[in-house]
Design a binder for this molecule. Structure first.
Ligand SMILES: [Ca+2]
Length: 275
């Protein structure tokens, strides 16, 4: 009887905290299935390989279809490659999404003629005209995802503070190809539960840049060089990003210890009472 009570007590103590831990990292890819455009710039060339390319202006829309490549470089009909040293993608999330916290784009290369990529930059906009620059992920800071024949990295940018946006502009810079299978934009679903809450602009604390030109890759190149300083600032921010999951885990560990102690005490008391 007392044992049953102890079990119930432990469950009551731990279950709410387990749900907190789950929600801490429970981000949703809001770019999934969303439409995007691609600008391959003046240096880009048509790449007509239906099984590997993303088509002209991203007509195949393979980078938001939820199919992510693996150690084969996404060769099994997964990539949405572009034959260009730089591709600028603009994803339309459909409406303003709050609580955007993380971005990711995967890029692959290998000895088959796909040269090593360089970087991915992320910007967001509410109106599709004025963009806020969030940061640049260099090759050396990308997270390695495969190393067998094909090399693959995830260019992950984690924000220190969430932003609200409808448009996400992703500038991928490589050498000869941009060989990617997916671009992801992660948001906290709880930030979008209240439909009446409207955030009018992307984070005002971030370095802001207004770029009306979205056509030539030269415009993007100029933009990236002029924004070197702000990108470095953003990189350092991502380094100090608080890991809420770790904090939740620590709280859980302490509670588990308290619960274990409670069970022990109750058991001991019941054993003493039996004697
Ligand atoms: Ca895909």
């Amino acid at each position: 009887m007392k044992k049953a009570l102890a079990v119930i007590l432990v469950l009551l103590l731990t279950v709410p905290f387990l749900s907190i831990i789950a929600s801490a990292d429970d981000l949703v890819n809001v770019a999934l299935g969303k439409k995007y455009t691609v600008d391959i710039g003046e240096q880009g060339q048509p790449y007509d390989n239906d099984s590997l390319s993303d088509g002209e202006n991203g007509s195949f829309q393979r980078l938001t279809d939820g199919v992510v490549g693996g150690t084969d470089g996404g060769l099994a009909g997964l990539p949405g490659a572009q034959y260009t040293p730089q591709a600028v993608y603009v994803i339309d999330l459909g409406s303003v999404v709050n609580g955007i916290k993380k971005f990711n784009m995967d890029m692959y290369y290998g000895p088959w003629g796909i040269k090593e990529p360089k970087s991915v930059e992320y910007e967001v906009s509410v109106d599709g005209v004025n963009y806020t620059y969030l940061g640049k992920v260099e090759k050396k800071d990308a997270v390695n995802k495969s190393n067998e024949g094909w090399y693959g990295d995830e260019y992950i940018l984690t924000l220190s503070a969430p932003v609200s946006a409808r448009y996400v502009r992703v500038t991928a810079t490589g050498d000869n190809f941009i060989w990617s299978t997916e671009i992801q934009v992660f948001a906290d679903p709880s930030a979008n539960n209240n439909s009446s809450s409207q955030t009018s602009s992307a984070s005002s604390s971030q370095a802001s840049s207004s770029q009306t030109s979205s056509s030539a890759s030269s415009a993007s190149s100029a933009a990236s060089s002029s924004q070197q300083a702000s990108s470095q600032a953003s990189s350092s921010q991502t380094g100090s990003n608080p890991q809420t999951g770790d904090a939740g885990l620590a709280v859980f560990a302490v509670l588990a210890l308290i619960s274990a102690g409670t069970v022990y005490a109750i058991n001991r008391r019941s054993r003493l009472a039996d004697k």
